[in-house]
Ligand binder design. Structure first.
Ligand SMILES: Nc1nc2c(c(=O)[nH]1)N[C@H]1C(S)=C(S)[C@@H](COP(=O)(O)O)O[C@H]1N2
Ligand SMILES: [Mo]
Length: 537
């Protein structure tokens, strides 16, 4: 049996929106007259499919890459190109409606061009491709001018116009000047054009609504000024960073931090409306707002977060400086009742994690309701505005992003999201070590072998390296800010030509050695030594 993984692939393939194949209506009563009166129908078919294309592009952009919205991109390009006085005129004349009005004008002009495409397509096969291509290229140029930061932003527009053109062609195939007039077929073409136009309108409006919400959340995030911590993190010692090329940096930049969640769409929560409710087996149910939270005495702490799905040698792990309020404080305010042994944290998107109550109330462990990550508000993908981070536990049982509820309960009565799917109810992180470099061929001579080792909340005591079947050798350990982070290590190797296998293992700060036997990630974390096979030239 395979279990779903709290990691990549947990969702399987995301369902894709497929264009419903539109059945080409066929004239079933070929009459004597020809379709010379079909120009208007062709224009409507063009405009209708154009609206469908716009809807596909707008909705696709909202879901895949907001920078790919053709209306917003072209609107911005038009504003950038307009002379200042005209913009001011727009502002004074139309007030805050100037942007929507501009986008409606752009949409209408595009639909007019699509109508022209329909008309010329009816006269000459493929000719409609020219106006459609011009619209598409202009939109893509506008998207490019907006610095979209990736190819994904171009995809919705390309798919939208491809679908629009193909459907338009198949509709207009029945309206050729030389085709016999068929009122029933004509009605069917009009009906289908209206249907796709309706779909397109819905897609466009939904895309704009999603895009607007996204922008509001973005602006809210940008406005946030996180207070300085009452207790700053210990400074990172210079010796924590061995700076070997290819070695993971001690602190993982937010943009490179691994991301695991079940969310099809990253929740966009306005911090002004965010609340955390503490409920269940407590003397006093409480609710805390974002403003109240960030005005608590916040602490800053470095914690290395890891995913239970991480394979031996894998990259589902990262270290960050988190800013937050200790969860034990919020629990203390609610006063858990005797008998409770678990906190079921719930995300806005329904995900839940079951964390032992004693871990969260432990005064010696900085379990945080985090609002900041490496000096900025949490990125949306990492749980904005508030998430949990717990030193020593895998993310699936502790690190709830977009957290909105803490239910004090028992392991007997409740379970987190992944537990019924075959993953352990308890998820302490297992001691592990990883070779980051070299990962492929190197030249003979002195080679720096380096990597990271982790045993969150216990710390790393030593790391050893083995070349082929030689004896284990001690690696050099870097400094750390504490036991809750991973630890870099390095080993200088005099590499001789040939094929070699490098293996690493670690011992934690309490003297417990890493487990040698291989085990897969399910149900409670992979074990086994990491080794890499390389060729020395
Ligand atoms: N809301 C929510 N929080 C979640 C998850 C999720 O699917 N949804 N996944 C968890 C898992 S399995 C991990 S490993 C961590 C990953 O956090 P990151 O994406 O910030 O690296 O988040 C945890 N928090
Ligand atoms: Mo995970």
């Amino acid at each position: 049996m395979t279990t779903a993984r709290p990691g990549p692939g947990a969702l399987g393939e995301p369902s894709r929106t497929r264009a419903e194949p539109v059945e080409a209506p066929r004239p079933n009563h070929p009459g004597p007259s020809t379709g010379s009166g079909h120009g208007g129908v062709a224009a409507l078919a063009g405009a209708g499919t154009g609206l469908l294309g716009l809807g596909v592009a707008e909705f696709g952009a909202a879901v895949l890459a907001p920078a790919g919205s053709p209306l917003v991109a072209v609107g911005d390009a038009v504003i950038a190109a307009l002379p200042g006085p005209m913009i001011n005129f727009g502002k004074t004349f139309l007030g805050t409606a100037d942007k929507p009005v501009l986008m409606i004008i752009i949409a209408l002009v595009s639909l007019a061009v699509a109508a022209v495409a329909g008309v010329v397509e009816r006269r000459f096969r493929w000719a409609g491709l020219a106006p459609v291509s011009i619209l598409t290229v202009l939109a893509l140029l506008a998207i490019q001018a907006g610095d979209p930061g990736g190819w994904l932003a171009y995809v919705p527009m390309i798919i939208g116009s491809t679908i629009a053109y193909l459907i338009m062609r198949s509709l207009i195939g029945h309206l050729r000047p030389d085709a016999p007039v068929d009122p029933a077929g004509r009605r069917r073409v009009l009906g289908l054009a209206a249907l796709v136009a309706g779909l397109g309108a819905v897609g466009t409006l939904a895309g704009q609504a999603i895009g607007g919400a996204l922008q509001a959340a973005n602006e809210a995030r940008q406005r946030i000024r996180l207070p300085a911590p009452a207790r700053p993190a210990d400074p990172v010692p210079a010796g924590a960073e061995l700076a070997v090329p290819g070695l993971a940096p001690y602190v993982t930049p937010n943009a490179d931090f691994y991301r695991i969640d079940t969310a099809l769409q990253v929740p966009q929560i306005d911090p002004a409306t965010w609340q955390l409710r503490v409920i269940g087996m407590v003397e006093r149910e409480i609710t805390i707002t974002f403003d109240e939270l960030i005005n608590k005495p916040l602490v800053e702490h470095q914690i290395t977060l890891a995913c239970v799905s991480n394979e031996v040698g894998g990259s589902l792990i990262g270290n960050a400086t988190w800013l937050g309020w200790p969860i034990r404080e919020v629990l203390a305010a609610a006063r858990p009742l005797p008998g409770a042994d678990m906190v079921l944290s719930r995300s806005q998107d329904g995900f839940t994690a079951g964390t032992p109550l004693e871990v969260l109330t432990d005064p010696g462990r900085q379990s945080l309701l985090a609002v900041g990550m490496n000096g900025e508000p949490l990125p949306f993908e990492h749980g904005f505005p508030v998430r949990m981070v717990v030193p020593g536990l895998y993310g699936y049982v502790s690190a709830t992003k977009w957290v909105v509820e803490l239910k004090v309960t028992t392991f007997a009565d409740d379970a987190g999201y992944w537990t019924p799917l075959g993953w352990s109810a308890l998820g302490p992180i297992k001691l592990a070590s990883r070779i980051d470099t070299p990962r492929r061929g190197v030249a003979a001579g002195t080679v720096m072998i380096a990597g990271v080792a982790w045993s969150q909340h216990t710390g790393i005591g030593s790391v050893e390296i083995k070349i082929d079947d030689d004896a284990w050798q001690q690696a050099r350990l870097a400094d750390v800010t504490g036991p809750d982070t991973w630890r870099q290590w390095s080993y200088e190797w005099a590499a001789s030509p040939g094929d070699h296998t490098i293996t690493v293992r670690a011992v934690d700060a309490e003297g417990t050695p890493q487990i040698e036997a291989s085990a897969p990630p399910a149900p409670d974390g992979a074990t086994g030594y990491h080794s890499v096979a390389i060729t020395v030239q």
